[in-house]
Design a protein around this ligand. Sequence first.
Ligand SMILES: CC(C)(COP(=O)(O)OP(=O)(O)OC[C@H]1O[C@@H](n2cnc3c(N)ncnc32)[C@H](O)[C@@H]1OP(=O)(O)O)[C@@H](O)C(=O)NCCC(=O)NCCS
Length: 204
Amino acid sequence: MEIYTLTMLYALAHFLRDKTPWIWTMLDVVNSALFALRYDRKLNALETRIMAKYTAKAGYKVCRMRDVNASQLVDFFNNQPKEAFKYFKPHGFDEKSILSLQQNKSFLAYVLLDNDRIASYCFNRSFFHGKGFRGRMTGINHRGRGLGTLMNKLLNEIAFGIGLQLFETVSKDNVASYRSAVSAGDFKVVKELPNNELFLQIIQ
Ligand SMILES: CC(C)(COP(=O)(O)OP(=O)(O)OC[C@H]1O[C@@H](n2cnc3c(N)ncnc32)[C@H](O)[C@@H]1OP(=O)(O)O)[C@@H](O)C(=O)NCCC(=O)NCCS
């Protein structure tokens, strides 16, 4: 039953986002407010400590997405090759979309800064009923240095620290993404989706 509900919710979220963006935007505002009510205090108690821990581990400064200029994020996305977006379509990459995500309290997103330039980006898109969905992108010049795995671990620690259940979809064909999921910890395959995609639940 749980698997059925999860996959239905996943399909519904994608349908709303792609076909009726105004409903998606409205639900996003409500979700952001409810999420803040339920989780803000827990998040404040641990986020800064976890960001400092991963700054020391990575050798790059970890900071919240909302603390960098939207234009810097737009530049980061614009500077990635087309192949980087083959499996990565979580939201718009224009300034308006980024500004709206920065104001969304349930979109727990972080960047790693290499001398003030964005090296990588990751997020848990979270929902007030206690679920989060993980995603990340390593800048093309910083790939293969362990940042993908490190970001997964950071996202896990934040999500589990505030008591979320964490999920992600990954394509079996996206080898680096799948391997970074494997290296970051345990997971179970909730469901095999069409097009070689796996719906994973990350295990604490
Ligand atoms: C997926 C992605 C974030 C991985 O980032 P990364 O920083 O290069 O990953 P890491 O250096 O941590 O490597 C993770 C694992 O993948 C392997 N890997 C990295 N690049 C690889 C490649 N091109 N081919 C095969 N394996 C690769 C690494 O060897 C490592 O494996 P290991 O843990 O078994 O040693 C990055 O490739 C990316 O941004 N892709 C585009 C966006 C995307 O598809 N995001 C995922 C969907 S949400």
